[in-house]
Design a protein. Structure first.
Length: 362
């Protein structure tokens, strides 16, 4: 039995190299990173993390320490499903989602990392091992970029090895969105995979009107056209707009994904492993999507997500997010001709440079 002896939580504010922007979060210069390390009686340690945009990092960190650490220390680290249920019900009355599932996610990821390290196996193999090569797209957070900046970013993405790109929509005037998407389509050429993301900006009627105009640009999907609470509206967008819909980064439980699928409101379920409940729940969402013959994609934290998608037969594109930890990672995943390969290092294979991060601790 690998008994848990310590759960450590650290909070950092990480600067972004470029100011990023979307239709609901505004301008973003940094993000909050919550890192959890779980140590067992043999001295082995697993690491997990989650993040917040603009606010909430302290609340997530407090959910882990003391509320989750108090119920984890002394438990068997290998019984991850049992520990997940224990964490879920311990914090159930405090939220059933939001900062609660973000906190559980970081711990769950750390527990899986610890298990993989103890086994000497990468997590994508521990999870069953479908295909280590995962298609990836560049997730631009670029709503306020000028058109020349937008096109220059697209060129840079391609130079980095990306063969699919997502851009933001949701400006005040729909004609501005149409003009920008048209410019991107012309620049990238016919057949280049292009997605757009409205970040919940529109009403259902506005989204339907936008989708019908955007159909001309051969998009892979329209992402988050409406707020996640409006599943009937999102179902109308999917049924009447003429574009596939991706959604899920703001759904924080398995049950919310079930409701979205049951409502006919999503084509590409899009969980974020750092806020949906961790790798335990991400894999369940992937299986739920598979049972409904739907492809699963992802949001954010691609360095962790790659293991889940490399084990999922219904996986499609993985997002490489703008909130990257590359400057603080010992090793990064190279992008080769539009794909990344899940690492063979034990666990999730990430090692953070905590000395470099120390200056960012809050």
């Amino acid at each position: 039995m690998a008994k848990i002896t310590n759960v450590r939580t650290d909070l950092y504010r990480v600067p972004l190299a470029t100011r990023l922007s979307d239709s609901t979060h505004g301008d973003m210069d940094d993000f909050e990173l919550i890192v959890v390390r779980v140590t067992d009686a043999d001295g082995a340690t697993g690491m997990g993390y989650t993040y917040t945009v603009n606010a909430g990092g302290h609340a997530v960190a407090r959910m882990v320490d003391p509320y989750l650490s108090d119920v984890l220390v002394g438990e068997d680290a290998d019984r991850i499903e049992a520990l997940w249920q224990k964490m879920w019900w311990h914090l159930h009355y405090a939220g059933r989602g939001g900062h609660v599932t973000s906190a559980i996610s970081a711990v769950d990821i750390a527990l899986w990392d610890l298990k993989g390290r103890r086994l000497g196996q990468p997590l994508w193999r521990v999870f069953g091992g479908f295909d280590p090569q995962v298609p990836v797209y560049a997730g631009g957070i670029d709503l306020q970029f000028s058109v020349p900046q937008l096109l220059a970013q697209a060129d840079a993405f391609q130079e980095q090895g990306f063969r699919a790109i997502k851009m933001k929509v949701g400006r005040d005037e729909l004609r501005d969105d149409i003009m920008r998407v048209a410019a991107m389509r012309e620049h990238l050429g016919d057949g280049f995979p292009l997605m757009v993301d409205a970040n919940m900006r529109w009403s259902a009627d506005r989204a339907i009107a936008a989708a019908r105009e955007l159909r001309a640009f051969d998009l892979v999907w329209l992402e988050e056209p409406v707020i996640p609470d409006d599943l009937p509206g999102q179902a109308r967008v999917l049924a009447s707009g003429g574009l596939p819909v991706a959604a899920g980064e703001n759904l924080h439980t398995l049950y919310e994904f079930r409701a979205a699928i049951d409502a006919g409101a999503v084509t590409y379920p899009e969980p974020d492993v750092s806020n949906c409940g961790g790798m335990t729940v991400f894999r369940k969402i992937g299986s739920l999507a598979e049972a409904h013959n739907l492809p699963v994609t992802s949001h954010g934290v691609h360095d962790l997500t790659v293991h889940c998608l490399a084990a999922a037969p219904n996986r499609t594109y993985m997002e490489a997010h703008g909130f990257s930890l590359e400057p603080y990672l010992a090793e990064t995943m190279p992008i080769v001709d539009g794909s990344v390969t899940a690492p063979e290092r034990p666990g999730h294979g990430l090692d953070l440079d905590f000395e470099k991060l120390a200056a960012l601790r809050v």
